[in-house]
Design a protein around this ligand. Structure first.
Ligand code: PGA
Length: 255
């Protein structure tokens, strides 16, 4: 299985800028890594068009969607509307759990909705600084994994990605600390173990488990090596093609 390197552009770039950036990223030529770009919702259609007309190795992710297929949900973008535009979708990113009050139940419904249209769900989990200070990190993350994957049939597990991102290490929250690779390793093992508890040892190996949170070209390889991550989810350092390329180069050297 190829390692996954996911860029999360968050709420940056106009559609025109996003397409321009996507074209720059399209020139990256990974040999052993699958690249996914989580683009702003408003640029999804433009990016899909750009992708169709190029030979890019990039795949596209939505950063969010509504689990209802369509209907009276003003301002929302439904799963049917992104169907055909995205290969993957982020679900339960901590910025959505915190700013948009997304619950574990919402995440489970989104995972099911994504699978229903063959979009790979990327379930994001991670404890807050408060959870960690109270010694609850493992409990919280196990609960998020169990709730988010509750509706997944074991024969669809290989389509699912889980990203562990400690909330306190995500650069966008401003107060970000860098997670020690040993801490990341411990928590990725917890995620892996919870999936094993839920689906059994053999099946659990099919899920790609990523690390995210202040990943940059200097720490990327260490996170992957120490935590045995199947890839990385990168925010800030993915906005610029050069820093993203440097992360990719480090990953390509690993296997
Ligand atoms: P960061 O973001 O790399 O800027 O910390 C990661 C994420 O939010 O997915």
């Amino acid at each position: 299985m190829f390692m996954l390197l996911i860029a999360n552009w968050k709420m940056n770039f106009s559609p025109v800028e996003a397409v321009r950036n996507f074209k720059k990223f399209s020139k990256l030529a990974p040999q052993k890594t699958s690249l996914v770009i989580a683009v702003p919702q408003i640029a999804l259609a433009n990016i899909a068009e750009a992708k169709a007309s190029s030979q890019t190795p990039l795949q596209v992710a939505a950063q969010n969607f509504n689990f209802h297929p369509n209907g009276a949900y003003t301002g929302e973008v439904g799963i049917e509307q992104i169907n055909g535009l995205a290969d993957y979708a982020l679900i339960g990113h901590s910025e959505r759990r915190i700013y948009a009050y997304e619950t574990d139940k919402d995440c489970a419904r989104k995972v099911a909705a994504a699978l229903s249209v063959k979009i790979h769900p990327i379930l994001c989990v991670g404890e807050t600084a408060h959870d960690r200070d109270r010694g609850q990190a493992e409990l919280v993350v196990r609960a998020q994994v169990a709730a988010g994957l509750a509706g997944v049939a074991s024969n669809r597990l290989a389509e699912v990605v889980v990203a562990y991102e400690p909330v306190w290490a995500i650069s966008g929250f401003g107060s970000a600390k860098i997670a020690k690779p040993a801490d990341a390793a411990k928590m990725l093992a917890v995620v892996r173990d919870e999936i094993k508890v839920l689906f059994g040892g053999e099946k659990s190996k099919q899920v790609q488990i990523l690390y995210g949170g202040s990943v940059n070209p200097d720490n990327a390889a260490t996170y992957v090596l120490k935590s045995k991550a199947d890839g990385l989810l990168v925010g800030n350092a993915s906005l610029n093609v050069y820093s993203f390329r440097d992360i990719l180069d480090k990953m390509e050297l690993l296997r």
